[in-house]
Design a protein around this ligand. Sequence first.
Ligand SMILES: Nc1nc2c(ncn2[C@@H]2O[C@H](COP(=O)(O)OP(=O)(O)O)[C@@H](O)[C@H]2O)c(=O)[nH]1
Ligand SMILES: [Mg+2]
Length: 382
Amino acid sequence: MGGIAVIVVQGPDAGAVVRRVFRPHRRPLESLEPDRLCLGSLVDGGEVLDEALVTFTPAPDGTRAEINIHGGPRIAQRALLLLEREGAAVVEPDPLGPIDPDHWPLAAGGLNNPAIGRELLQRLPRAMTAGVVTCLTRQWSAGLSRLARDAMEDPGARAEDLAAAAERYEAMRVLLAVPEVVLAGPPNAGKSSLANALAGRAASIVTDQPGTTRDWVRTLADLGGPPVWLTDTAGLWAPDDPIDRLAVDRAWQRVDRADLVVAVFDASAPPAAEDPHWTRLLAERRVLVVAGKIDLAPAPPGVLGVSARDGQGLADLRRAICRRLGAGDLDGDAPAAFTERQAALLATAAIVARQGEAAQARALLTELLEGGEGSAAAVEQP
Ligand SMILES: Nc1nc2c(ncn2[C@@H]2O[C@H](COP(=O)(O)OP(=O)(O)O)[C@@H](O)[C@H]2O)c(=O)[nH]1
Ligand SMILES: [Mg+2]
């Protein structure tokens, strides 16, 4: 199997380390200009590991060298070991860490609305689904940026829009947080089937044997709103088997930590009103009750019904989950603050705009777009 691996070596000794393991095919490395590609071989002593393209760029802490190889994961692993032997430390990239905008191609030419652009780059790694990426990037290219620019003309006329964009911050936070939705209920209620149907893949084992799911099973699911951790748990009952009892304990642990519990029962065999597990589950802080298997029997009045077998009610359930998580009514095109800084500036701009203080509102909107003196996200233009 082939592929491309890009290995970044950065720091005061990065240039020296890479020079020790790279033999250019033609020109000597000394004549290589910054950012220019150089073709050569990655060598481990006398052994050529792979053909590689290398660039060197000045970085704040020395040099940033990029090594592009195409020999697949095994060669990439050997290359990392080689670099480690030469004095480099291998670090895992932190997917939630900040992006350094200096290494973002857009930053090189300067960003429009740079303060929002910079915050976008910092938040993007947290966006776990395509929908959230779109929703965030539109805030920069349109949504928030456009609202702020338009409102410059007559801030008073747009005061309500500014306030609404500030309020949407709560929904945006949910989108970026990856909440956990736990499916729980009696054994055989159809929890695992429903988890698989919602996630769109067969992560959980489904059988007609009670007690099939023991360890909880978690998948990242895109329900059309925020990405969610969807956790399928063992049925809640009082088993004799000690392993089953541990499984039930683990299920309760997940329920206790959930952002939302979807309590599922079998519409054709509803739990008894006095069932202690079901009663305890319904008393949870955040619970959404769902009647499953409605292809066999109708849902009781007022209860959301679904069938994992024929898909009835699934779209309603996805929407209900997003709504209960607080991100249900987020329209991807609506201007929405996605950082606390933006929310605070918008809320204040709305207040002063309503009071007719147009100049003050404009100053706040300029700060929103461009960052300001003392602002946490003040942007140094390259
Ligand atoms: N008719 C029907 N059967 C279902 C449905 N969902 C699950 N089942 C069946 O019910 C049994 C238990 O399902 P499972 O998902 O393992 O339930 P769990 O124990 O709650 O995880 C299996 O035989 C499934 O095929 C459904 O929507 N309709
Ligand atoms: Mg199960």
